[in-house]
Design a binder for this molecule. Structure first.
Ligand code: SF4
Ligand code: FE
Length: 483
């Protein structure tokens, strides 16, 4: 079975015995928890859309390894066309969920580990590439969702992993056994950990020889013994408990992050992809980050499409759609959004094969993509709020709206244009609120800033990849300077 249906996916997650904590309590049934369920529904869409003939080409590929049809989220990119299709698939999913659908971190980890493990083996004769391929084929065959865990808590940022006062602030090997290793530590901000079958752990920074125990990459089941997660709070999350779906804005979909703790987790030898070869930690980080910076040129654009649409509808409901400044703001939002998409497509089109044969995006352009993502969604949100009007944050609750005495009053005074119901007006405003300030703002706003690396991380890469020396030579040649 190479493709699961959405329903089979939910059933498969239900079987996993994940250790999940939220609001100081252990969540025995995360699948049906009203706060957590929307995030599961978002991942489910990566399965549901793969079953639909109209999306088959984007959502699935024929595996070059097995000849089976597999979900693109478990695929190793073999061409620039693959890279471009990845971005298009992410835009589609952003449009269908208006949230983070989480499965990309695994896909990006797959492709980064694939090429890095290959190069480590070339240098040291290690078995990491074979280990990884075995794991990859297992995930493809079972159509699993995989979390890609990179970000360590990092403690004192001025210190290397081995210099930290608390050695667990970077995930590390605490015991080396004949049959494998035991690791301790944590990974922060873990997108989709809760809804994943497996997790690929990677280091978070370049490392020196003294960080040997920290240069480790491996895969384990998300419900492996010793792993537990503490769910991150989101703005307005408890609205999902109020039985007032209108106030939630996006009732069906969401995203969730968690702090994932690894407390003496055993990793068998055949699940290890890096173990002490410190000079390859940086390569793995750079490649994973590069792929995930490309990803944002797809997913954030898809969510942006929904937000632009919502702003246009809100303006229409206010009777303002024909005003020239409204039209111009929508043009500006579209311009910003499509610029992000252009970057996602460009870094894919300029991709090149790695030594292992899989395709890597153009790193400079992927970092430009993500740098723009740290800015443009903020401007798009600002313009959406401008077009929506103040009611986006002052509208009464659904409970008041449904109240037999207050409802008619709200209906009368919050009406926009004559032919549009007040309820529909409130619905579109709540969606904008959700994307700008509510639960989805985690994925659309702050994650645009910090996800796949904070802005400064891209600027370092841009300075490394920008080839200033060549630009200076160009200028000197034109100016006839001979030094
Ligand atoms: Fe995918 Fe975007 Fe979520 Fe990252 S932020 S997992 S790229 S949807
Ligand atoms: Fe992300």
């Amino acid at each position: 079975m190479a493709l699961m249906t959405g329903e089979q996916y939910i059933a498969s997650i239900r079987k996993r015995k994940m250790q999940v904590y939220m609001f100081g309590e252990k969540i025995e049934n995360p699948v049906d928890d009203p706060i957590l369920r929307p995030s599961l529904n978002s991942v489910r869409m990566t399965y549901d859309l793969a079953q639909m003939p109209e999306y088959q080409d984007l959502m699935t590929v024929i595996s070059p390894d097995t000849g089976e049809r597999i979900n693109r989220f478990t695929h190793i990119h073999r061409s620039t066309e693959d890279l471009i299709n990845k971005v298009k698939m992410q835009r589609l999913l952003g449009q269908k969920t208006a949230a983070c659908f989480q499965r990309c971190v695994g896909m990006d980890a797959f492709n980064a580990v694939y090429s890095t493990a290959y190069e480590i083996d070339q240098k040291y004769g290690t078995p990491y590439f074979e280990n990884f391929k075995k794991f990859m084929l297992y995930c493809q065959e079972k159509d699993l969702t995989v979390d890609g865990a990179m970000t360590d808590p990092k403690g004192d940022r001025s210190k290397a992993p081995h210099e930290q006062a608390d050695p667990d602030l970077y995930l590390r090997v605490v015991e080396r056994r004949k049959d494998g290793i035991v690791v301790c530590g944590a990974k922060a901000h873990q997108t989709g950990a809760l809804n994943s079958h497996e997790v690929i752990v990677m280091p978070t920074i370049s490392m020196g020889p003294e960080d040997k125990d920290y240069a480790v990459s491996f895969a384990v089941p998300m419900d492996a013994e010793g792993i537990y997660m503490i769910i991150g709070r989101q703005s307005c999350d408890t609205r999902k408990l109020e039985n007032a779906p209108l106030d939630v804005g996006n009732e069906e979909f969401g995203g969730v992050e968690a702090l994932v703790i690894f407390d003496h987790v055993f990793v068998p030898n055949d699940r290890i992809f890096l173990n002490g070869e410190t000079e390859f930690a940086g390569m793995l980080v750079e490649r994973f980050a590069g792929y995930h910076r490309q990803s944002y040129g797809g997913c954030k654009v898809g969510v942006g499409d929904v937000l632009i649409g919502a702003a246009a509808v809100a303006a229409e409901y206010n009777g303002a759609a024909r005003a020239s400044h409204v039209k111009d703001k929508l043009i500006e939002m579209t311009h910003l959004n499509e610029t992000l998409y252009s970057c996602g497509i460009a870094c894919s089109a300029e991709g090149k094969p790695t030594k292992s044969g899989n395709y890597m995006i153009d790193l400079l352009l992927a970092n430009i993509c993500k740098q723009n993502v740290t800015r443009f969604p903020y401007e798009i949100v600002r313009l959406a709020e401008d077009l929506a009007g103040g009611l986006v944050v002052t509208a009464p609750s659904e409970k008041d709206f449904r109240d037999p005495d207050l409802g008619p009053v709200i209906d009368k005074y919050l009406k926009g244009t004559e032919n549009v119901s007040t309820e529909n007006r409130l619905r579109i405003l709540r969606l904008i609120e959700n994307l700008a300030l509510g639960t989805a703002a985690v994925g659309y706003r702050t994650e645009s800033m910090h996800g796949a690396g904070s802005p400064q991380a891209q600027r370092i890469m841009i300075s490394r990849q920008g080839n200033l020396a060549q630009k200076k030579e160009l200028a000197k040649a034109i100016a006839h300077i001979a030094e």
